[in-house]
Write a protein that binds this ligand. Structure first.
Ligand SMILES: Nc1nc2c(c(=O)[nH]1)N[C@H]1C(S)=C(S)[C@@H](COP(=O)(O)OP(=O)(O)OC[C@H]3O[C@@H](n4cnc5c(=O)[nH]c(N)nc54)[C@H](O)[C@@H]3O)O[C@H]1N2
Ligand SMILES: Nc1nc2c(c(=O)[nH]1)N[C@H]1C(S)=C(S)[C@@H](COP(=O)(O)OP(=O)(O)OC[C@H]3O[C@@H](n4cnc5c(=O)[nH]c(N)nc54)[C@H](O)[C@@H]3O)O[C@H]1N2
Ligand code: SF4
Ligand SMILES: [Mo]
Length: 729
């Protein structure tokens, strides 16, 4: 009973008050529903299909959709408790404006005043300091229809190119890597490949915690050999046949070393290389120095393990290689992605069932903003610097081509730097919580505090970021609005509203349209638009003929098939042919061939020193979502993982005279995470520590560094030099 209460479960009395629900069967009376609304999970990029149970206008439960091809009825703990996020405490309910210019003291106002103030302040800043002095930072958690409308408003209405999203903290490395290797963004494989591969390599991807329902695909393929590359013994590593516990950020050396062995032993697919790639000779030259001896020194792996892994991968009938943040969160991330693609290309492991270099995405709709958002590229994966692409989008939008920017504006970290030196004066932050999630908090705080006008549009308030705003716009969240999400395998699924947003909160879509009206551009940009369906219809035309072609989709067909993978061109009826990209070996480059790109390993920035001898790794746990605005409000999840901790190898603990459960600080050159629980565990290698980044009150990003991938601009979140010391009392 005590445990049940601790976990936030029903009390005894409530537990025995059962009722029979036509869909769910026996359920506690508390969770019985009047109706079930079909939708897609709003947390991670797996994209599970589910139903929200609604009773008396409130979301009371969630069930997996047994007919959805992604999850076949299963949900992970976050999905199963997702209805709690909607009615959580701390939802933002009214627009709030600071009074007397003092931040933190808010006065509730109406929407007309909020949007007129925002339009006036943004125009004022732009008139004085130039159009680019307004910056916009969005997210991977809106619906695609919202991203499409927002991008159009920012690029054409506000006319600032300085627009980016938290996806640069996450997926931009994979995007840059795919573009360089294949000529376009777009993960080539499908989840089904996990069931059809005979060798599966996961690099820096802890799916057991972060994409739990993908693990079911591994269960369905017991014959496959699973190789996990991660410096920690993660839950995913515990499932593996082979765990390669490499030294931090030595992946690039490992991949080059595998390519070296594969070429030396002539395990390459000559035919595929000759027909579909360029650059093999240069690649061969570049990996000559990555001998097993040298790679073994860099990675800490035995030479046997290198030879065995190379042979397993290269002689597989179909090899799948998936990666997530262990690769992307690195100042060498893009090049590591290129090395992964090189490995797949020289062995012909792409475009076939089971064979793909596959970037597992993160947020529920990280893909949607890449496709339609118009931030790092123009909608439909068109490029800013390609005249033909600009002409095409200008014609589709019916505007002079001069209004389409010819270069991408500032990326997220560069927007922050521009705010710091006051080239950017006003910022609009939508659906992201940088005070917890952006690296090197001290610098960010200074940048945000120096702004003339900060707008934060969020489903929750206060958040550590919204507290700094001049204007807070309350947004509807998952469960309250309509649109589509694209999951990691390019599957576009439907999202539907089950309940009304609280108070005056409105969908991001409605906010964008009304801000456009306040700026005087609604009729030009969004003629006759009233609902997300209007955006979807225009986006279908804009995506037609592109790799991410939606033209053949309708909301109804998406619902009917449990999501449809793109490309789905006009007239398409069968979702099967779009399961994988590049099945014919043709790539969206000028000559149709993929690029083999030589890349070289470098040690990570900020190596350990005598004052900061440990390597800090940061990441996630299954119970929590990012900055916890949502999961921190779900009792069952919050009680399972209520506070931050640091994982450390027992040998390091002994050397420091520390024991399990001691309270410690984790300190870097930039700051200090105070008073967290020490956990001593063999899952960490000596010399390394791990801290989750979910906890604002013990914010890991106080100590992470400002080092970014020069190509993708993604932060190097996974390595910083730190020390651990007992908390002073
Ligand atoms: N429960 C939960 N699920 C989530 C999220 C969440 O917040 N909570 N967030 C979602 C989002 S947006 C994302 S991007 C994904 C992220 O999903 P993951 O990438 O799986 O998550 P992380 O824990 O950030 O990092 C993955 C692993 O990288 C390893 N790593 C660190 N350094 C290195 C290295 O040098 N080399 C290698 N090979 N590995 C290294 C870490 O030890 C860690 O186990 O999860 C999504 N799913
Ligand atoms: N040290 C360290 N830092 C990291 C990482 C790491 O591994 N280590 N991971 C990085 C990665 S991969 C990511 S993706 C980022 C995530 O970092 P954030 O994007 O900052 O994390 P979230 O908590 O998901 O923030 C989303 C915000 O949007 C709000 N929200 C939710 N739904 C809606 C909606 O529909 N509309 C609006 N307007 N608001 C909404 C939520 O309340 C929340 O405040 O963190 C990055 N930071
Ligand atoms: S695996 Fe991801 S999409 Fe599926 S229920 Fe869990 S959080 Fe939601
Ligand atoms: Mo992410």
């Amino acid at each position: 009973m005590k445990v049940r209460r601790l976990l936030g479960l029903d009390t005894q009395a409530e537990r025995y008050a059962y009722t029979v629900d036509p869909v769910a069967g026996f359920v506690s009376a508390q969770r019985a529903s009047d109706r079930w609304v079909s939708t897609t999970c709003g947390y991670c990029s797996v994209g599970c299909g589910m139903f929200i149970g609604v009773k008396d206008g409130r979301a009371v439960s969630v069930r997996g959709n047994p007919d959805h091809p992604v999850n076949r009825g299963m949900l992970c703990p976050k999905g199963l408790s997702e209805h709690h996020t909607i009615a959580a405490d701390g939802r933002a309910r009214q627009p709030l404006l600071t009074s007397g210019g003092r931040r933190g003291r808010f006065t509730p106002i109406g929407w007309p005043q909020a949007l007129e103030t925002m339009a006036a302040r943004f125009r004022e800043v732009q008139a004085t300091h130039g159009r680019g002095a307004v910056g916009v930072i969005s997210t991977g958690q809106l619906v695609t229809e919202e991203f499409y409308a927002l991008g159009k408003l920012v690029q054409l209405g506000l006319g600032t190119p300085n627009y980016d999203g938290n996806t640069t903290l996450c997926m931009s490395t994979a995007v840059s890597g795919y573009k360089r290797s294949f000529g376009s963004d777009g993960p080539p494989g499908a989840y089904e490949d996990l069931e059809r591969a005979d060798v599966i390599v996961l690099i820096g991807a802890n799916i057991a915690d972060n994409h739990p329902i993908l693990c079911r695909r591994l269960d369905a393929n017991p014959g496959a050999t699973l190789i996990v590359v991660d410096p920690r013994v993660t839950k995913t590593a515990m499932m593996a046949d082979v765990h390669l516990a490499i030294r931090p950020r030595s992946d690039l050396a490992l991949l080059n070393g595998l390519i070296h062995i594969i070429i030396e032993h002539d395990l390459v697919d000559r035919d595929y290389i000759n027909k579909h790639t360029v650059g093999f000779e240069a690649l061969h030259d570049s990996v000559r120095e990555y001998t097993p001896e040298r790679v073994s020194e860099i990675t800490g792996l035995g030479r046997d393990a290198l030879h065995r892994t190379a042979a397993l991968y290269a002689s597989a009938r179909a090899a799948f290689i998936g990666w997530t943040m262990g690769v992307n969160h690195s100042s060498k991330g893009t090049e590591t992605v290129n090395a992964i693609n090189n490995l797949a290309l020289i062995t012909g492991n792409i475009g076939r069932a089971g064979a793909a270099p596959f970037s597992i995405t993160g947020q529920c709709n990280a893909m949607g903003t890449r496709e339609a958002g118009g931030a790092s590229c123009l909608p439909g994966y068109r490029q800013f610097d390609r005249a033909a692409d600009r002409a095409e989008i200008a014609a589709l939008w019916n505007v002079p081509v001069e209004r389409i920017p010819a270069a991408r504006g500032l990326a997220y970290p560069d927007i922050i730097e521009a705010a710091l030196d006051r080239r950017i004066r006003a910022l609009w932050i939508i659906g992201t919580n940088p005070i917890v999630s952006f690296p090197n908090l001290g610098v960010l705080q200074q940048a945000l505090e120096g702004l003339d006008f900060l707008v934060v549009q969020d489903g929750f308030h206060p958040t550590p970021t919204s507290e700094l705003a001049h204007l807070v716009l309350p947004a509807a969240v998952w469960g309250e609005k309509e649109g589509t999400y694209t999951n990691s395998e390019r599957r576009v699924s439907k999202v539907n509203p089950a309940v009304k947003p609280p108070g005056d909160a409105r969908s991001d879509f409605d906010i964008v349209l009304d801000l456009a009206a306040a700026l005087g551009v609604r009729d030009e940009l969004f003629p006759g638009w009233t609902t997300p369906r209007d955006a979807f219809e225009e986006w279908k035309r804009v995506s037609a003929g592109r790799l991410c072609d939606y033209a053949g989709m309708t909301y109804e067909a998406i619902e009917q098939h449990g999501g449809i993978q793109w490309p789905f061109p006009l007239g398409a009826t069968d979702p099967e042919p779009s399961r994988r990209l590049y099945t014919d070996g043709r790539f969206p480059t000028e000559d149709g061939r993929a690029r083999l790109i030589p890349v070289s390993w470098e040690p990570f920035p900020e190596q350990p020193s005598s004052s900061f001898p440990l390597v800090l790794n940061t990441g996630r746990t299954v119970e929590h979502w990012h900055t916890r605005t949502k999961t921190g409000n779900v009792p069952i999840l919050e009680h399972l993982s209520p506070h931050a901790w640091v994982d450390m190898n027992p040998r390091d603990g002994r050397a420091l005279g520390l024991k399990a459960q001691d309270r410690v600080d984790v300190v870097s050159q930039r700051g200090r995470v105070r008073d967290v629980e020490l956990r001593l565990t063999e899952t960490m290698a000596p010399g390394q520590v791990f801290v989750p980044f979910h906890y604002a009150e013990a914010n890991a990003n106080q100590i992470t560094q400002s080092a970014f991938d020069p190509i993708s601009r993604e932060p190097n979140y996974k390595q910083s030099a730190v020390r651990v010391e007992r908390t002073a009392r």
